[in-house]
Design a protein around this ligand. Structure first.
Ligand SMILES: [Zn+2]
Length: 728
C-alpha cells in the first residue's frame, strides 16, 4: 500500500466548486492480531479484479481488520529495518511499497462506505480508529532506522542503476520522510509532534467556532412582509427554522458558510439584505465565537513549523510538493488572473448600477450605490431577462441512463476506443449501483467502474471518485474505481431527469475515474489519482468539455419520451448562462486565494496578531489590486474553513490552477479536431496513464507542447482583459 505522510493536516475536503478524489489514508498501532474467522477482509478477494466482496463484508469485520492490518504492516516494516543486509532498493523500497495490504484493503472499503453508505456504528469505528491510524503513520515516518536505510540509498541513488520510475520512487520516499520530520533531532521531533497536536486542537476550535458562529448569526425576521421575493416553500422553511429555535410566529434565515447568502438574490427588502450580509461577514470577528485569536496562533505556529523543517514560510513548505512548486509561481498566476477578473467584475458592476439607476428613475425614488448585498439581487434580474429558461424545459433531455451510457461512456468510447460491459454478477453495497467492466480497444482488461449516482440520507453531499483497488504492475492489479453523485431518486416508475449541472458533474467525476482506470505505472505510490492537489482536478475538469461537445450532445441529449434531440436554441441559452457573472465569481474566489497565500507567506516573527487579522486581510487585497468593495472575498478569514479547518492552507489556489490546465487542454482539442481517437490516445499516453510516475508539470507540457497559459480559462469564463467580453 502506498504510504502517505500525515502531518496533522486535516484530511477533510471542503469542495469549492465540484468534487474531489479521495484515497483512503493509510496509517496505524500494534495490537493482537485476530484470526481471520471468516472475515472476508483478511484474505485477498478472489472476485474479478480483486474487487472487494461487498456483499460479505459486515461492520464487525472492520475493527479486527484495522487492528490486524496495522500490526501486519508494523511487522513488515520491522522486518525491513532488522534486515542485517545493507539496504538496497529491492530489500527496502520495494517491500515498503508492498507492505500493509490488509490495511489497504480495509481502509479503501471502509472509507468508501463511511462516505457513501454510512451508519452510526461505522462512524463510531472511524472515531476510534483515526488517532490509532495517525499514531501508526507517525511510527513509520519518524522511524529513525527506516529513514537511515532510505537516506543511505538516496545518497547513492545515481549509482544504483535504477529505471526512471524506480529512481523517482526512491526520491519521493526520501522527500516524504524529510517533509514529515525524519531529519530532525529527537528533541525537534518532539517539538514537531507538539506543534502538530497544537495545530490540530486549534483547527478543531476554529471548526467549532464556525459552526456555532453560523448558527448564532442566523437572522430572525418578525414580519413576513419583509420576506417578499422568497417562494412560499422557502418562507415555510424559514418558519420551521424559527419553530426549531422556539421562536414560533417568526421566521429564521439560516446562513451558509460563504460570504454571500442565497436569499440575497431574491429578497426585495434592501434593509433586510443589508442585515443578512452584515451578519454574515461579522462572523468570527470578535464576540462570543471570535476566531481571530485562533487564526493568529495557527498562522504563527505554521510559520514556526515551516522554519523548524527548513523552509522560509508555510506556503514554501506546502507548494514545494505541488505542481506549482513555489510561492512565486502561485503569486504570478493569481496576479494575472486577478487583473482580468477585477476588470470584468467592474464592468458587471457598472451594468448593475445602470439598472439600479433606471429602476430608481422610473419609480421616482432616489438611486443608491450598488453594495455587496445588492449584487445578487440585481444580477438575478439581468440573468432572468437575458437567459430565461426553465430547468423543467431542459431536464427531459437529460435522462440519467441516457446521460451515462450515451453521453459519459460514449465520449470515452469515441476518444479512447475503450469498451464497457455491464456486469450484474459483481457485488455492490446498494441495489441501485451499476458495475461496468472496462476494456482496451484490443480487448485487454482495464478494470471495473462502479456507479453510485443516487442521493441517500446516509451519503455525504457532493460528488466524488474513490478507488477500491489501485492499478500497479508491481502488485499485478488493475483499477477498481467508483463514482458517487447525489441525484435525487424519483418515485418508482418515474424517469430520473438530470439538471445540466448534474450532467456536467457526471462527466467531471468520470474524468477522475478514467485517471484511475488508465493508470499504467509500476508502483502503487504513483497510481492514478495520487497526484498533487493542484493537479488532481485537471483530468476531471478537462473531461467536462465532452458534456457540451456537439457530437456527444447529439448522442445523449434526447427527450426521454420522444427521442427528439434537444433544440439548439435551448442548449445555447444553457451554455451562455454559464458565463454569466463570472467577473464576480472569479474575483471573490481569487480574493480568498490571495489572502490565503499572503497569510502563509510570512516568516516566523512577522505574522499578524489577533487584533490585526482583519486589517492584514484588507491590506493583502489592496496590495493585489483585488480590493473592489462590491466583491468581497468568498470567505473572510474568520470563517475560511478550507484553510483553518480543512486541508487547504496555502492551497486554496489549487482549484483554479488545475482549471488553467484543463481549459488549455480543452483549447488544444478544439484546435486539433476535437473528438478523435488520435487526440484521446495522445492525452492518455502523455497524462492520463502516468499517475504521478513523472513530474506533473512535465506531463502537462509533454501533452500541450508548452507552458500553461491563462487565455483559455479566461475565455471559458467569458472574461476578457478589457472587461468588454462579459456583461452581467
Ligand atoms: Zn473533482
Amino acid at each position: 500500500m502506498p504510504l502517505a505522510p500525515r502531518l496533522g493536516f486535516a484530511a477533510i475536503v471542503l469542495a469549492f466548486a465540484c468534487a474531489c478524489t479521495e484515497s483512503p489514508r493509510p496509517d496505524m498501532n500494534t495490537s493482537t492480531s485476530t484470526p481471520a474467522n471468516g472475515n472476508p477482509l483478511f484474505t485477498e478477494s478472489t472476485l474479478p479484479y480483486h474487487t472487494p466482496p461487498l456483499d460479505r463484508i459486515k461492520t464487525e469485520h472492520f475493527r479486527p481488520a484495522f487492528e490486524a492490518g496495522m500490526a501486519e504492516q508494523r511487522r513488515e516494516i520491522e522486518a525491513i529495518v532488522n534486515d542485517p543486509a545493507a539496504p538496497t532498493f529491492a530489500n527496502t523500497i520495494v517491500p515498503i511499497e508492498k507492505s500493509g495490504q490488509l490495511l489497504s484493503r480495509t481502509s479503501s472499503v471502509f472509507s468508501s462506505l463511511t462516505s457513501s453508505n454510512t451508519t452510526p456504528a461505522l462512524e463510531e469505528i472511524q472515531t476510534e480508529m483515526s488517532p490509532k491510524l495517525a499514531a501508526h503513520s507517525d511510527w513509520i515516518f519518524l522511524n529513525p532506522e527506516l529513514f537511515a536505510r532510505i537516506s543511505a540509498l538516496h545518497d547513492k541513488r545515481d549509482s544504483l542503476g535504477l529505471d526512471p520510475e524506480s529512481l523517482r520512487l526512491l526520491e519521493r520516499y526520501y522527500i516524504m520522510f524529510v517533509r514529515a520530520g525524519a531529519k530532525l533531532s529527537e528533541a525537534d521531533k518532539v517539538k514537531l509532534k507538539q506543534m502538530n497536536e497544537e495545530l490540530s486542537k486549534l483547527s478543531n476550535q476554529f471548526r467549532q467556532n464556525v459552526l456555532k458562529g453560523v448558527n448564532a448569526a442566523a437572522i430572525v425576521v418578525d414580519d413576513v412582509a419583509e420576506l417578499d421575493g422568497m417562494s412560499p416553500e422557502q418562507i415555510a422553511v424559514a418558519a420551521e427554522a424559527a419553530k426549531a429555535r422556539k421562536l414560533e410566529g417568526k421566521w429564521v434565515i439560516a446562513l451558509l458558510n460563504t460570504t454571500q447568502q442565497p436569499p440575497l438574490a431574491q429578497l426585495k427588502n434592501r434593509a433586510l439584505r443589508e442585515r443578512i450580509y452584515k451578519a454574515s461577514v461579522a462572523r468570527g470577528l470578535g464576540g462570543e465565537f471570535d476566531n481571530t485569536g485562533v487564526i493568529a496562533q495557527m498562522v504563527k505556529l505554521r510559520a514556526e513549523r515551516a522554519a523548524l523543517l527548513g523552509y522560509p514560510h508555510h506556503a514554501a513548505y506546502v507548494l514545494e510538493d505541488e505542481t506549482a512548486l513555489t510561492a512565486d509561481a502561485v503569486n504570478g498566476m493569481l496576479a494575472q488572473l486577478a487583473k482580468a477578473a477585477v476588470v470584468n467584475a467592474k464592468a458587471e458592476a457598472a451594468a448593475i448600477q445602470t439598472l439600479i439607476d433606471a429602476q430608481a428613475k422610473s419609480s421616482g425614488k432616489p438611486s443608491f450605490r450598488l453594495e455587496p448585498w445588492d449584487w445578487d439581487f440585481y444580477a438575478e434580474q439581468v440573468r432572468a431577462a437575458k437567459y430565461s429558461y426553465d430547468e423543467s424545459q431542459v431536464r427531459p433531455y437529460f435522462e440519467m441512463s441516457n446521460v451515462l451510457r450515451n453521453g459519459v461512456l460514449f465520449a470515452a468510447q469515441q476518444l479512447y476506443g475503450i469498451t464497457f460491459k455491464e456486469r450484474k454478477d459483481i457485488p455492490t453495497y446498494q441495489q441501485d449501483m451499476l458495475v461496468f467492466e472496462v476494456a482496451n480497444p484490443d480487448g485487454s482488461p482495464l478494470g471495473l467502474f462502479f456507479v453510485d449516482w443516487y442521493a441517500r440520507d446516509n451519503k455525504r453531499g457532493g460528488a466524488w471518485m474513490s478507488s477500491y483497488v489501485d492499478q500497479s504492475r508491481l502488485m499485478g492489479t488493475h483499477a477498481v474505481v467508483l463514482n458517487n453523485l447525489n441525484i435525487p431518486k424519483p418515485p418508482a416508475g418515474q424517469p430520473t431527469l438530470l439538471t445540466f449541472d448534474e450532467v456536467n458533474t457526471a462527466f467531471h467525476e468520470f474524468g477522475h475515474a478514467l485517471h484511475g482506470l488508465f493508470s499504467n505505472v509500476q508502483y502503487p505510490q504513483f497510481s492514478g489519482t495520487s497526484v498533487p492537489r493542484d493537479f488532481v482536478e485537471y483530468p476531471s475538469q478537462y473531461n467536462e468539455m465532452w458534456a457540451t461537445d456537439p457530437k456527444v450532445l447529439a448522442n445523449y441529449a434526447r427527450h426521454y419520451k420522444t427521442g427528439e434531440p434537444m433544440p439548439k436554441a435551448l442548449m445555447d441559452k444553457v451554455l451562455a448562462a454559464r458565463k454569466f457573472n463570472q467577473g464576480y465569481a472569479t474575483t471573490e474566489y481569487l480574493a480568498a486565494a490571495i489572502v490565503d497565500q499572503a497569510l502563509h507567506q510570512l516568516p516566523p516573527g512577522q505574522t499578524p496578531g489577533a487584533a490585526d487579522i482583519a486589517a492584514f486581510e484588507q491590506a493583502a487585497l489592496a496590495r493585489a489590486g483585488i480590493d473592489f468593495y462590491a466583491v468581497p472575498p468568498r470567505y473572510h478569514v474568520t470563517y475560511f474553513s478550507h484553510v483553518f479547518a480543512g486541508g487547504y492552507s496555502a492551497g486554496y489556489y489549487a482549484y483554479i490552477w488545475s482549471e488553467v490546465l484543463a481549459r488549455a487542454t480543452e483549447s488544444w482539442f478544439d484546435t486539433h479536431g476535437g473528438l478523435l481517437r488520435e487526440n484521446g490516445d495522445r492525452l492518455r499516453e502523455k497524462v492520463l496513464s502516468r499517475g504521478f510516475s513523472i513530474d506533473a508539470l512535465t506531463m502537462f507540457k509533454d501533452f500541450y507542447g508548452k507552458e500553461p497559459d491563462i487565455g483559455p480559462l479566461l475565455e471559458s469564463r467569458g472574461l476578457s482583459l478589457s472587461g468588454t467580453g462579459s456583461s452581467p
